[in-house]
Design a protein around this ligand. Structure first.
Ligand code: GLU
Length: 505
């Protein structure tokens, strides 16, 4: 085995990639980059019945969106291609035949009907049917038939599968996350390696390809842990050095009970897919993190903490920082709960850290889509700088900053009750005069003029500040009110106060 680190992400294109899949890809990517290794994408599409149109493109787009592109894979040929198992189809049979030659596999000719009968017989005795060392001699296979008969059956085109014959022993294995694991191989069934349709099963293709692609570390989800013994036995039977294995913990529902599913997301209103997905058959649309407004930086940060932690207090990590900090020793073996609120917290951290101009560009686009005149890009950028601290997504800016672009046409009822008293209209008529006379229309200029006037009137500040804010914003929220007044300009400020006087008197 080559000493360089080569890892692979090996999804089956059976639908959109769940965030658990993206997390597996991420951990492979981080491990590869940390060790100056290669990150391979292999498409495991041997099961043609489960193939879903568009799923492969979706997987590639999702990795690209997260900024974790693969180094070798479909469209990025390296020395170990092709990278789609359907394009490697012709090579697998020889490997299955090699195992027969070595006595580690055999032909089995049992018909579907015969297997069904055996299954029913077992069920009648309340047992689970397993085809293995206990009963393989009762079936129609190359261990029970003469070699002539086997040849004859093959020559006349009888259907057959090739089954694995595991060596009986205590198998010692090591998982980088779970450490030493021992298993009694007599519990393993004689798995089909090669199917009657001429295609390898997942197990054979997976092991052959990992060997052929010189994979040094198999980093994959916990759901594959039960297959590890079979895979290790296959390596042994082929006489190949096995790669190192690391099985990542499951991603659990927010309640911590059971695996996170799309249904949990639907129920609680969050996405479990990185990008939006339209099912090609049903037309059903599933939402994605991207379309929900999450940044790729956030996505990566959220996923990194599902099963890994740096062992320090630091929670915000860029991709480069993750590459530096990542190690398999810090990956936990117990399931990682997905917390949608924590996901939003990560998003907020990443959101405010962006330049005002970046947020501004996205917001200007969103304003344009709603046909809202935003003046200039600079104006939008400044507005974003004033309110971004309270935003989690671009969408939030409409509520937080909409009044910078359009005058309020109604007033929050509770706020109006609190801010607009009987004498307020008169006071605000005076305030208009102060604003008209003020020669410095910067936020500080307006603040000095208005606050100075309030002081000379010996009035409480709230008597002016609250109705002023209500007039400009429509509610009592928002950044510094003089900042708002200065941004929208004197004329607009006065117009809004006049409108409020008319509506609220
Ligand atoms: N094709 C398998 C999957 O969908 C790959 C498992 C593995 O990484 O070995 O997830």
């Amino acid at each position: 085995m080559s000493t360089s680190v080569r890892v692979r992400f090996a999804p089956s294109p059976t639908g959109p990639l769940h965030i658990g899949g993206v997390r597996t890809a991420l951990f492979n990517y981080l491990f590869a980059k940390k060790h100056n290794g290669t990150f391979v994408l292999r498409i495991e599409d041997t099961d043609q019945n489960r193939y879903v149109e568009g799923a492969e493109d979706y997987i590639i787009n999702a990795l690209n969106w997260c900024h974790i592109p693969y180094d070798e894979g479909p469209g990025k040929e390296g020395d170990c291609g092709p990278y789609r198992q359907s394009e490697r189809k012709s090579m697998y049979k020889q490997y299955a035949l090699d195992l027969i030659e070595k006595g580690a596999a055999y032909y089995a000719f049992d018909t579907a009907q015969e297997l069904q009968t055996a299954r029913e017989n077992a069920e009648a005795k309340k047992e689970t049917f397993i085809y293995n060392h206990n009963n393989r001699n009762d079936f129609t296979n190359s261990l029970t038939l003469s070699s002539d008969e086997v040849k004859e059956r093959i020559n006349r085109g009888d259907d057959y599968v090739i089954r694995f014959k595991p060596e009986l022993k205590t198998l010692h294995m090591f998982d980088e996350i779970r450490k030493g694991i021992e298993i009694d191989t007599s519990l393993i069934d004689d798995k089909v390696l090669f199917k009657s349709d001429g295609m390898p099963t997942y197990h054979l293709a997976n092991v052959v390809d990992d060997h052929d692609m010189k994979i040094s570390h198999v980093i994959r989800g916990e759901e594959w842990l039960p297959s590890m013994a079979l895979h290790v036995l296959l390596y042994e039977s082929f006489g190949w050095e096995r790669p190192k294995f690391a099985h990542l913990p499951l991603i659990l529902k927010p309640t911590g009970k059971g695996k996170l599913s799309k249904r949990d997301g639907d129920k609680m209103g969050f996405s479990v897919f990185p990008l939006e997905w339209k099912d090609p058959k049903s037309g059903e649309i599933s939402t994605g993190f991207k379309q929900d407004g999450f940044l790729p930086e956030t996505m990566i940060n959220i996923l990194a903490f599902l099963g890994w932690n740096p062992g320090t207090e630091q929670e915000i990590f860029s991709l480069d920082e993750l590459v530096q900090a990542f190690s398999l020793d810090k990956v936990n073996s117990s399931g990682a709960k997905y917390d949608p609120e924590k996901a939003k917290w990560f998003q907020q951290q990443w959101y405010v850290a962006q330049d005002d101009a970046v947020i501004g560009a996205a917001f200007a686009k969103a304003l344009e889509e709603k046909d809202i005149d935003y003046g200039s890009q600079d104006y939008v950028n400044i507005v974003c700088g004033l309110v971004k601290e309270r935003a989690v997504f671009t969408e939030d800016l409409f509520e937080l900053a909409g009044f910078f672009f359009t005058a309020p046409d109604s007033y929050d009822e509770k706020a109006a009750k609190k801010a607009w008293k009987e004498d307020t209209s008169n006071i605000m008529t005076d305030v208009i005069k102060i604003i008209e006379d003020c020669t410095d229309d910067s936020a500080t200029g307006l603040s000095t003029a208005i606050k100075g006037w309030i002081t000379t009137q010996e009035m409480g500040f709230g008597k002016v500040m609250m109705p002023l804010r209500l007039s400009l914003v429509g509610s009592l929220m928002g950044p510094d009110v003089f900042e708002i007044a200065s941004m929208i300009g004197k004329d607009q400020t006065i117009a809004r106060i006049q409108h409020a006087i008319k509506k609220l008197s």
